[in-house]
Write a protein that binds this ligand. Structure first.
Ligand code: ADP
Ligand code: MG
Length: 480
């Protein structure tokens, strides 16, 4: 007599129950096997219904061997298992794709907008141990292919973060940098670097599951899961990840308390399992106000690497690289102009560059300093626009035709000393920088030296015609 599917499944279940190892076995059984409903049996092919896509993946990842043994024992060596998945709209936020290499097809699950929990037949997934070559489910990483380590320009400002990121990509979860926390101001390259580390990890370890999410997406998914009673699916989904990247975690500050809690638990599970966590934030762990203390204290476990505003050399390299990437050429003086005038934010600098390229190609205008000046003015809000000390150094050195790094040098040559003093004088006059900062940037001098320089220049302006002329000429240059 042919066995009916319920009886077959009951036999499988009792085998599974007997064979689940570990102290957690009862819980695992209740969580992962009780909800399964047998729905059909054709010959030696048993079809079981599982509550969600996620559920299917979890079974395949964790219990494939056990299921295989159970079903072969009850239905013989040719036994075959098929899944029928109840489509669950709450899953629609999870970026899940199932790949079935043996058929060469990528099978993306339809995401119905219909009533949650609606059952759809026809979503049957062949069982991997029956059709040879089928792999476990892959989760798309949500990474952008354009933010790579290769095009992340290295400079003093990001050296530590970049090196730590590389180490993490080589050995995810196995370095002391876990979590790796990248922090720094807006537009300084946190997202780019975090994404690049994810890509590198996948390149070196194709078998690892890497996932990038913004903290906002994470929160949204968590809230949806709560609404749809699928919070445990949500948690299990995240616990499957080998390298989890959460971008802009400061977004949770002073809100999202329960999201933070959920993340805290996921964090602990992943960390204990030796999985890698990468976080970005606009503040360091100790400065992050409004986040749960136990969460911020976890963030201090690994490495907090700060991204600083790039120096002018790095800014020029970033611009050159971007131009090379887009196959555009631009006069060097234009690149310098942009790099010298936008000094806080790489994104703003890129914005100016892009609109400069657009302007020139749309209006068939040549890219000139003047065009650059208009763009920079447009891009950098006049309120936070301040002439930089870098820029003053450059104008002064160009005027006297001396190399710019001579300002930094220890030389006492007269012309250099004069140029340095003029730079300090203008920096005091035209920027809000303190004497200490000006000194620091002009060859590591102390504030008394800067004060002395300012007085000297002011005196010479009164008494020395030549000096007066230089100051007037330089002032004109700054106004240009
Ligand atoms: P954040 O996330 O810190 O606000 P992003 O990562 O979005 O900043 O970076 C802003 C822009 O600047 C991006 O287009 C990024 O590619 C670029 N950028 C930042 N730092 C670098 C760098 N070191 N090399 C190349 N591009 C960079
Ligand atoms: Mg960002």
């Amino acid at each position: 007599m042919e066995k009916d599917y319920q009886r077959v499944w009951d036999e499988c279940l009792s085998f599974i129950k007997d064979n689940l190892a570990g102290k957690e076995n009862e819980k695992a059984f209740n969580t992962w096997f009780e909800p399964i409903v047998p729905v059909n049996l054709e010959g030696s092919k048993l079809t079981i219904q599982v509550p969600s896509q996620f559920f299917y993946e979890w079974l395949e990842q964790n219990f494939a061997e056990l299921l295989k043994n159970a079903i072969r024992l009850t239905l013989g060596p040719n036994a075959c298992l098929q899944y029928s998945i109840v489509m669950d709209t709450s899953i629609s936020n999870y970026p899940i794709t199932t790949s079935i290499p043996s058929t060469g097809k990528q099978n993306i699950i339809n995401r119905p907008t219909s009533v949650p929990g609606q059952s759809q037949s026809g979503n049957e997934f062949p069982n991997p141990f029956v059709i040879p070559g089928i792999q476990k489910v892959r989760i798309p990483s949500n990474l952008s292919s354009s933010y790579t380590l290769h095009n992340y320009v290295e400079g003093e400002c990001n050296r530590l973060a970049r090196a730590a990121g590389y180490a993490v990509a080589e050995n995810p979860g196995k370095t002391a940098f876990n979590p790796l926390m990248l922090h720094g101001g807006v537009g300084l390259g946190k997202t780019h670097l975090a994404n690049a580390i994810g890509l590198k990890t996948k390149e070196i370890h194709p078998e690892k599951t890497v996932l990038y999410v913004t903290s906002e997406q994470f929160m949204q998914q968590y809230m949806d899961a709560g609404r749809n009673n699928t919070t445990s699916d949500f948690v299990h989904f995240y616990e499957m990840i080998d390298v989890l990247i959460v971008d802009d975690i400061q977004f949770w500050a002073n809100k999202a308390v329960r999201t933070q809690e959920a993340f805290f638990h996921i964090f602990n599970t992943l960390h204990q399992a030796g999985k890698q966590i990468i976080i970005t934030s606009d503040k360091s762990p100790s400065e992050l106000q409004g986040l749960e203390t136990r969460l911020t204290s976890r963030l201090k476990w690994g490495l907090a690497a700060e991204l600083l505003p790039p120096d002018v050399e790095t800014r020029m390299n970033i611009l050159r690289q971007k131009l090379a990437n887009d196959g555009v050429e631009m006069p060097n003086e234009v690149i310098e102009y942009i790099a010298y005038n936008i000094n806080t934010n790489v994104r703003e600098m890129e914005g100016a560059l892009v609109s400069l390229m657009a302007q020139s190609s749309l209006n068939h205008k040549e890219i000139t300093i003047d065009l650059a000046r208009q763009m920079v003015d447009k891009f950098v809000k006049s309120t936070n626009r301040e002439v930089t000390i870098d820029y003053i150094q450059k104008v002064v050195c160009d005027y006297f035709n001396i190399p710019i790094d001579s300002i930094q040098s220890r030389t006492r040559k007269r012309e250099i000393v004069q140029a340095r003093q003029l730079t300090m004088y203008f920096a005091k006059k035209m920027t809000k920088s303190s004497l200490a900062i000006i000194g620091y940037q002009c060859g590591n001098k102390d504030h008394a030296t800067v004060l002395h320089a300012c007085k000297t220049v002011a005196n010479l302006a009164e008494t020395d015609k030549q000096f007066r002329y230089w100051i007037d000429e330089l002032e004109k240059k700054f106004k240009e």
